[in-house]
Design a protein around this ligand. Structure first.
Ligand SMILES: *Cc1c(COP(=O)(O)O)cnc(C)c1O
Length: 460
């Protein structure tokens, strides 16, 4: 057939929609129609480009439509199984919430709540009270509030405290966190000028001292959460910076990034400061994420001295960044667990995953291995190393155990692709040295049987 004959032979949309297998699909008609039209348009394009010298049969076309319909019927935001071992995987949604946090968020979502209602007086209340007391109790801070994420918190703080003046920051702390959030550009947005001091590797107290002038509004410290400067380095400690701020009557602001409540030193993770340490050092305003090392929902938590809280709460940006009821409910439940550090370790998945004993990880990997072997798969339990993720603890790896799968019937890339694209609940793993790794740190035991069945199905 020549090109014109092929074009004339293209089926009509209605004709495809009338085919019994297509008509039986449970998709809204407009969605199905678009789907069919897309397929036919694609065929037409390929004919015009001379790529096609034979049209698919009606059955083949229907099969394609059915496959596309199965994909279209699934939501775009879907649960996946994280087999990468990266606890705070930014692309996979960072922190997993505790059961209690999930239940609290669901209850807040389902019905009415005391979001802005005071049961005592029967009058309007504030959405910030639900977590403020808890945050103060846990961290020792004087006051607290919450916005949508830490990027918003930094924007608010700099807008409220630095506008029209200069904010002094070390050249070693001009962080970019991804998604084009860079400290220098944020300052510009906030209407304050960045006054850089020191060098990339070394900043001394005298650098800050010399830079202070009548336009100075604050001293800013940014935790270099996602990178480290090693070697010949020097930075000014929080204590020194706070002392300087006091002496000159300037507030010290700290963007802590992750904002950890848990002493990771205990797990052999170094250089990750705790929030309590910053509060104790006397920093005036501190901000950090809810869904990084804290292990809660996405949120930007601000701790501050009493004198700043009303300025922040009443700032016009605050309303634009206000946190929703599900987040507040999940955050309250997460924070409650921190009242007892043991409970935090048991309940909060992020802490539990990071704190997991390598011996336990090995035993879990052996359980998964046994299930895969039962299904005739070639695999091996191997020691591995994990990143923490979420732009936290960038230079340290945690020892872990994984099951390395050697597929028999497909390539390793093919296995990875099938598990990602075809599995009912997609499995996202890593390929290391031409083997497919299932890292147990970030897996749930109750998913093991599903994982084993699905890997078996993919290796055929
Ligand atoms: C992650 C991070 C942020 C942004 O926090 P989000 O909660 O993701 O908005 C800001 N500053 C630093 C230093 C960070 O590490």
């Amino acid at each position: 057939m020549d090109r014109n004959q092929l074009l004339r032979a293209l089926p009509k949309v209605d004709e495809v929609l009338r085919q019994p297998v297509v008509a039986a699909l449970e998709l809204p008609l407009p969605v199905l129609t678009d789907l069919v039209r897309d397929r036919i348009d694609a065929l037409r394009r390929r004919v015009l480009e001379g790529e096609l010298c034979r049209l698919p049969s009606m059955d083949e076309l229907c099969d394609e439509v059915c496959a596309a319909a199965r994909v279209a019927a699934k939501p775009s935001l879907r649960p996946v199984i994280n087999a990468t071992g990266i606890t705070l995987h930014t692309n996979l949604g960072r922190a997993c919430l505790s059961r209690r946090a999930v239940a609290a968020a669901a209850a807040a979502a389902r019905g009415y709540s005391t979001l802005e209602y005071d049961l005592e007086t029967g009058e309007r209340g504030s959405r910030y009270v639900h977590v403020e007391k808890l945050l103060c109790r846990i961290t020792g801070a004087e006051a607290a509030m919450v916005v949508n994420n830490n990027a918003a918190a930094v924007l608010l703080i700099l807008s409220a405290m630095g506008k029209g003046g200069e904010v002094i920051t070390s050249r070693g702390e001009l962080v970019e966190i991804g998604g084009s959030f860079r400290i220098p550009e944020i300052m510009e947005q906030c209407g304050c000028s960045l006054r850089e001091v020191g060098a990339t590797n070394k900043t001394h107290l005298r650098d800050y001292e010399k830079a202070i002038c009548e336009d100075t509004r604050a001293l800013l410290k940014v935790h270099t959460s996602n990178f480290r400067i090693l070697g010949f380095t020097q930075s000014v400690s929080l204590q020194e910076l706070v002392a300087l701020g006091r002496e000159r009557g300037l507030p010290v602001i700290e963007d802590l990034g992750s904002g950890c409540f848990f002493d990771l030193e205990r797990l052999g993770i170094h250089d990750e400061p705790t929030v309590m340490n910053s509060v104790k050092a006397g920093v005036d305003v501190i901000s950090f994420s809810g869904d990084k090392l804290l292990g809660g929902p996405q949120a930007g938590i601000i701790l501050c001295k009493k004198e700043w809280i009303n300025i922040l709460k009443k700032h016009p940006l605050t309303r634009a960044m206000r946190v929703d009821k599900m987040t507040l409910a999940a955050l309250e439940a997460t924070l409650e667990a921190y009242l007892d550090p043991k409970r935090a370790e048991e309940e909060i998945p992020t802490i539990r995953m990071l704190a997991a004993d390598p011996a336990l990880l090995k035993a879990r990997a052996e359980n998964l291995y046994a299930l895969l072997r039962e299904r005739g798969l070639a695999c091996e339990v191997i020691p591995e190393q994990d990143q923490v993720g979420g732009g936290s603890v960038p230079t340290q790896l945690l020892p872990t155990w994984a099951v390395a799968v050697d597929p028999r019937h497909v390539t390793v890339d093919g296995l990875e692709r099938r598990l990602r694209k075809q599995a009912d609940v997609p499995i996202i793993g890593r390929i290391v040295k031409d083997r497919y790794l299932l890292d147990v740190r970030t897996l749930w035991d109750e998913d093991f049987a599903y994982i084993a069945d699905t890997v078996k199905e993919a290796d055929q």
